[in-house]
Design a protein. Structure first.
Length: 124
């Protein structure tokens, strides 16, 4: 039995995401964007922590927030920087079109610059 020979062409890129190497398809072969729930939760957590920190009625410190949440002071302070992420980067995360290598853990561990253009370059 002869098997027909065929080929499929699609634009693709190889991207690292932690220890994984991923194939990222482009064009019509690309899957529909899907927001990463853990990444979205990381952004929400950062904004909630910032709101608690800035609330003059409670005057919470970073240590108070960490103690209240049962987490490490370093985790709280690192996550606070995410509340200042460029709005277009936040939008990409919320609609699932962010770069493949952007994960909640990567964002928490990154030393993100304050300037939005530099944030975009760092996360590209």
């Amino acid at each position: 039995m002869d098997v027909p020979v065929f080929s499929v062409a699609a634009p693709l890129r190889l991207r690292r995401r932690g220890p994984e190497l991923r194939i990222v398809l482009g064009g019509a072969a690309a899957p529909a964007p899907m927001p990463d729930p853990l990444l979205v939760r990381t952004l929400i957590e950062a904004r909630c922590r910032l709101a608690a920190y800035l609330d003059p009625a409670h005057a919470l410190t970073v240590s108070d927030i960490a103690r209240r949440e049962g987490t490490d002071v370093g985790d709280v302070s690192r996550s606070l920087q995410l509340a200042f992420l460029a709005p277009d980067l936040v939008e990409c995360i919320l609609d699932g079109t962010h770069p493949v290598g952007v994960t909640g853990e990567r964002l928490k561990r990154a030393e993100l610059p304050l300037l939005w253009d530099e944030q975009r370059a760092a996360l590209a």
